[in-house]
Design a protein around this ligand. Structure first.
Ligand code: AMP
Length: 376
């Protein structure tokens, strides 16, 4: 039985393991956190990602290793790859960890990105605003997620607070895109170079956190699907990528502007567990093991809602048709992703009816708690 090593033992690791057990795989995790959602499912080593002794112990007997956390140090992945094959490559992780490297890479492979400037000091910010104009958004190049490490600059009055909040570290200033929609593509490439692409996903964010992902995307046209696949293909080929990759785009006047990529399975692909022939998690494992990639066709329309901050009433959700609940075993905390639900249906009209039923239960739950971030 092949054993897969995963750096990071969060919910993505947990869902990878859940996808791998039916295929006869087993898992080992490494994560420094005292509690980790995946540890209920497999052996877990606890300690620093770049501890050489721990990495050697972690690699023992593994068929292949991967990561589910984007901010694993690149040096840890390089050290690990001396003991066992690791995918995606340290270079893919390097590119994905820094918004500047990402944008430069996207441009190199022919993708459009929102206008941006590198900001290393206050003078760069002033010059950047003159070049890009307002409104704009100031972002940390590294370690930002779920809207953290970002500040909007709508007028001159926002410049000083934004600089006070984020200055002193490498930053980027981007034009605030008045997008018609946000979409992502999930793609996979195995070690032989075979590729697979899921249809475009339409995403809704609130305060920088993903609230909802919908498939098929209501804004998707054959032309947008074509653009997204061509871009994903260029990124996969350019990085000689192995595994599942997500790229997020803004749709502006029928054109895709690349926002960022994640060199891993992605929240906007969770719907694929029930909504696609093969889930993103299974396809990531297939890619690592150089197995044939599974079909990515959708089984029908579906929508995924993140459970953020407050746990819903499980029994109420389970009573609803077409509603699939995933809880990650995490303690409730404001703005924390605690789980997700995916609603599936044979057709759009049924999906709509099921979403309305879910909304009624969800909103009653929100009213009872009044502290969570509603994703409905
Ligand atoms: P990010 O961490 O870059 O994915 O940003 C989180 C969310 O903030 C995005 O999904 C958008 O909803 C919003 N956002 C980020 N950058 C921009 C931008 N340049 N223009 C408009 N909205 C943005």
């Amino acid at each position: 039985m092949a054993r897969i090593g995963i750096l990071g033992a969060g919910q993505l690791g947990r869902m990878l393991a859940l996808a791998g057990y039916p295929l006869g795989l087993s898992f080992r995790f490494l994560d420094p956190a005292p509690e980790a959602p995946a540890e209920a499912l497999a052996e877990r080593l606890c300690g620093a990602y770049d501890d050489p002794k721990l990495l050697r112990q972690f690699a023992e007997g593994l068929a292949v290793a991967t990561f589910e956390f984007e901010n694993v140090p690149v040096t840890a992945v390089e050290k690990l790859s001396r003991h066992v094959a690791v995918f995606p490559s340290p270079n893919a992780l390097f590119v994905g960890q820094d918004r500047l490297h990402e944008k430069e890479f996207f441009e190199r492979v022919g993708m459009a990105v929102p206008p941006y400037v590198r900001v290393d000091c206050r003078a760069d910010l002033e010059a950047g605003i003159r070049r890009i104009g307002l409104p704009a958004i100031l972002k940390t190049r590294r370690l930002g997620y779920d809207g953290k490490g970002q500040a909007r600059i709508v007028s001159e009055a926002d410049v000083e607070p934004a600089w006070r909040a984020l200055g002193g570290q490498p930053l980027l200033l981007e034009r605030l895109v008045r997008f018609d929609a946000e979409v992502s593509i999930i793609a996979a490439r195995n070690r032989s170079g075979a590729t697979a692409f899921y249809p475009l996903v339409e995403n809704t964010h609130g305060e920088g956190i993903l609230l909802r992902s919908r498939v098929p995307a209501s804004c998707a046209t054959p032309e947008l699907e074509r653009q997204a696949r061509a871009h994903a293909q260029a990124v996969l080929a350019g990085l000689e990528y192995v595994g599942v990759l997500a790229i997020e785009f803004f749709v502006e006047n029928g054109v895709l502007l690349a926002n960022e990529m994640a060199p891993r399975v992605h929240n906007s692909g969770h719907w694929s567990i029930e909504g696609a022939e093969t889930s993103q998690f299974e396809n990531h494992l297939r890619a690592l093991l150089n197995w044939p990639l599974g079909h990515t066709e959708i089984r029908g329309p579906s929508v995924m809602y993140n459970i953020i901050g407050v746990l819903p009433n499980l029994e109420h959700l389970l009573a609803l048709p077409g509603v699939h609940v995933h809880l990650y075993g995490k303690a409730a905390r404001p703005r924390r992703k605690l789980g997700h639900v995916t609603v599936t249906a044979p057709d759009l009209a049924t999906l709509q009816a099921r979403e309305s039923a879910l909304a009624a239960v969800w909103n009653a739950n929100e009213a009872a708690n009044a502290t969570g971030t509603s994703s409905l």
